[in-house]
Structure formats: C-alpha cells, structure tokens
Design a protein around this ligand. Structure first.
Ligand SMILES: NC(=O)c1ccc[n+]([C@@H]2O[C@H](COP(=O)([O-])OP(=O)(O)OC[C@H]3O[C@@H](n4cnc5c(N)ncnc54)[C@H](O)[C@@H]3O)[C@@H](O)[C@H]2O)c1
Length: 392
C-alpha cells in the first residue's frame, strides 16, 4: 500500500496541469499519477494540427522537470473506495490518498460495423499509426465532420493525400458554425481537392488485402489505404460511478471543482461544472479547459479556494483559415454574422435571451479580450448593436 498526499487518476493535459497547480502551492507533498496510456502527458492539439505542418514531434511532450512526482505508466485505477480513501489499479496495487483528482477524460465513440483497423483519432499512438499508413498510402477516408474530421482531412490533403470525407450533417462543423459558413467550408474543402459525402453514413468498412472498402448508406463504395474517424467522445465516468459520486453528463463538480465527495476533485473533459458567466452547467472538451481547470483543481487540492470561472476557449486551423472562439458556440442559439469579407474574415455572435454567450473570431486576431468582455458584461444586444463591434 503506497500513501500519497495527492493521487491523480489520468495522465492527460488536465492531469499534467493539476500537477503544476499543486506544486505552485505545495512544493513537496507526495504526488502520484496513474496513467493508463503508455506515455507521459503530452499536448493533443499538435496531433491534428501543427505536426502535419512544420512542428517537431518531440515538442508535444509536457515537462515534469523538477516536480518530483511518481508516475505509473500503463496502469489503470479499477476501484475507488472513498470511505477508505484508497484506489486500486489493474495490477492489484493499492494507493491511499488525502486528495484525489479524477482526470479520466473521454473515450472515442466507435462504429459497430467496421474493421478493427479504423483509426479513431485521439492519442499519440493514433497519430503514429496514421503517419505510418501515410508512408505508403495515398487515399484516405475521414469519417466525421467535427473537430477531428475537419482538421485531419485538411492535414492529410496538405500532405498530398487524396481524401474523401463522410459525415451525417449537411456541412462541415455544422454543430458549431452557422449554416452559410458550414456550406462555404464544404465548397472550400472541395476546392482543396477533398471529395465530400455529406448527409451520409457508414454501412460497413471491410478489409480487402491491404485496402479498406468503405460502403456508405447512400451506396457509395470507396477503396482506400486508411480510414480515420472522429465521432466524438464519451466522458469516462465508470470509476466515479462505482465510487458513488454524482454523475450527470460527466462527473458533477462544484465551483471549487470538488465532486460530491469533498476530497475527490475532477477536471478536464470529464468534469461537468457550472459556468457562472454562461449561467449553465456544461462539460467542455477542449485543451484550454483541460489546462485551466486542471491547474485550478490542483491548487484547490493543495488547500486554495479558487472558484473556476473561466470562459470556454478553443481554436482551430483549417488549411489557411484559422479562428479563435470563446464562450458557448451552439447553432441552436440566435446567430448574428458580421462578415468583413464573407467567410474569410469576420465575427459570429451567438445569443441566448438577447445576451451574447459565444463569439467566433474567424481570421480575426487579437480580439479575444473584447469578445470575453462582451460575454461578461451581460448587456442585451440586437444585430444593430453588434455589427461592426469587433473588427480586425
Ligand atoms: N480544435 C479543437 O478544439 C479540437 C480539435 C480536435 C478535437 N477536439 C476535441 O476532441 C473531441 C473529439 O473530436 P471529434 O471531432 O471526434 O468530435 P466532434 O463532437 O467535434 O464531432 C463528432 C462528429 O462525429 C460525426 N459522427 C457521429 N456519429 C457518426 C457516425 N455514426 N457516422 C459518421 N459520422 C458520425 C459527426 O459528423 C460529428 O460532427 C471533441 O471533444 C473535440 O472538442 C477539439
């Protein structure tokens, strides 16, 4: 039985940020990290973005230099007993703790009717597998039109691969971007040489020698060298549920990022928190959330009382288009589009009850502060009060 003041379950970006958060406050309390993945913490965004351009692979690893932690790679906590403050891993090792963090992240959604060699893209191993396929392969199918689908399709096309995209919505990023922008992205991706099958899904994916044969519900048959899928994730809540913690679309945490057990915290993709600014509970699956929430959780585990009031933030690169986004980007909200140059440069506002809840800064840079203030000020708006408000 090993005792640690702090036990961190998970080895992703939220876990790594929590280590740094703890060490800001407590320079010497014993920290153990139990990391199911076979790698120490690394940055995920480069896997679908900069590593396909000019970034060096080694740059993804996050530094734990001088932090004095015990990291158990390839181990999974399978039992958590909050009454005894004890966690047990899949090799039968037990760990006791004073404060525990659940940074268990999410698991990729999979297709039921597909060959097992489809790459459900999320980890560094998925990146390596795809890179290996790229060495000899020239034709790829990308399934899903969300963040991973749009970024990986662009990355492959920029690396001179022939790409076919397949997704159930009418347009790329349809859950996040307003319809005209999503439709523009369809034509933009086609201009870049990508074949699109929108409003279509997979009937089956089978192996034929070294090739994959993808058959769609609309009857298309596509033979390729590799299939990559980004179908969304599901929060890993099994351990929290087994420990009797409150679950509701993720692990429910309070402002201080404590679960329904005050000695157990949660952060990152798995945590469902209340956003005072957006006035709703939410679970956010972006890097910035993992980093900022992880750090605050770590500081609070070490005795601080910092409420988590950060606004959700994310960004993406799609060929030569890029953007930053803040707040809640949901196409079910009222949308005000303000294009300086249609679909090349502009700002999109997302409103609920006449207040701005989210801002998409499309090729519009250094305006994050203005967008953040607009959400925080909580004034009522109409299209007339927003048009021209934020410009490059
Ligand atoms: N730039 C960023 O912030 C960024 C980049 C990459 C990934 N991520 C995060 O990583 C996670 C995973 O990304 P993702 O792209 O997988 O999720 P996503 O939720 O962005 O997109 C999921 C997509 O899956 C597709 N889909 C679902 N079921 C399908 C089916 N049966 N057949 C075909 N398509 C189907 C839909 O097109 C949907 O848009 C997300 O939480 C995302 O926020 C973020």
């Amino acid at each position: 039985m090993k005792h640690h003041k702090y036990l961190i379950v998970g080895g992703g970006m939220a876990a790594d940020s929590a280590i740094h958060g703890i060490r800001k406050i407590d320079p010497s309390g014993a920290i153990a990290v139990i990391c199911e993945e076979l790698h120490p913490p690394y940055d995920r965004p480069p896997l679908s973005k900069s590593l396909w351009k000019d970034a060096q692979f080694e740059s993804i690893w996050r530094s734990q230099h001088n932090l004095d932690i015990a990291i158990h790679i390839g181990k999974k906590i399978v039992n958590l007993d909050p009454a005894r403050k004890t966690a047990t891993d899949n090799a039968g090792n037990s760990y006791t703790y004073e404060k525990l963090l659940l940074a268990t992240g999410g698991s990729v959604r999979r297709l039921s009717n597909a060959d097992e060699n489809v790459i459900y893209f999320r980890t560094v191993d998925d990146y390596r597998n795809l890179r290996q396929l790229c060495e000899h392969g020239s034709d790829f199918v990308v399934i899903g039109g969300g963040f991973i689908g749009s970024e990986i399709a662009a990355a492959l096309a920029m690396n001179n691969k022939r790409v076919t995209m397949l997704f159930p919505e009418s347009g790329i990023g349809a859950r996040v971007y307003p319809r005209p922008l999503s439709e523009y992205l369809n034509s933009y991706y086609q201009e870049k040489g990508i074949t699109l099958h929108a409003a279509d899904t997979v009937r089956s994916i089978q192996r034929s020698g070294k090739k994959f044969v993808v058959t769609t519900e609309n009857g298309k048959v596509i033979s390729v060298d590799g299939v990559v899928a980004g179908l969304g994730i599901q929060p890993n809540t099994d351990l929290a549920a087994q420990a009797g913690l409150e679950i509701d679309n993720g692990i429910v945490v309070d402002e201080l990022l404590r679960t329904s057990n005050p000695d157990i915290f949660a952060a990152g993709d798995v945590a469902n928190f209340y956003s005072r600014l957006l006035e709703k509970r939410m679970r956010v699956e972006h890097e910035d959330n993992a980093n900022t929430m992880g750090e605050i959780a770590g500081m609070n585990m070490a005795g601080q009382k910092h409420p988590y009031h950060h606004q959700p933030f994310f960004y993406s690169d799609l060929f030569d288009l890029g953007y930053e986004a803040i707040g809640e980007l949901d196409t079910n909200l009222e949308i005000v589009e303000d294009w300086q140059e249609p679909f090349r440069t502009g700002v999109v506002y997302y409103l609920r009850e006449r207040r701005v809840r989210g801002v998409l800064l499309w090729n519009t840079w250094n305006k994050l502060e203005a967008a953040t203030e607009l959400i925080a000020e909580k004034n009522e708006h109409t299209p007339a009060t927003l048009l021209g408000r934020i410009r490059n």
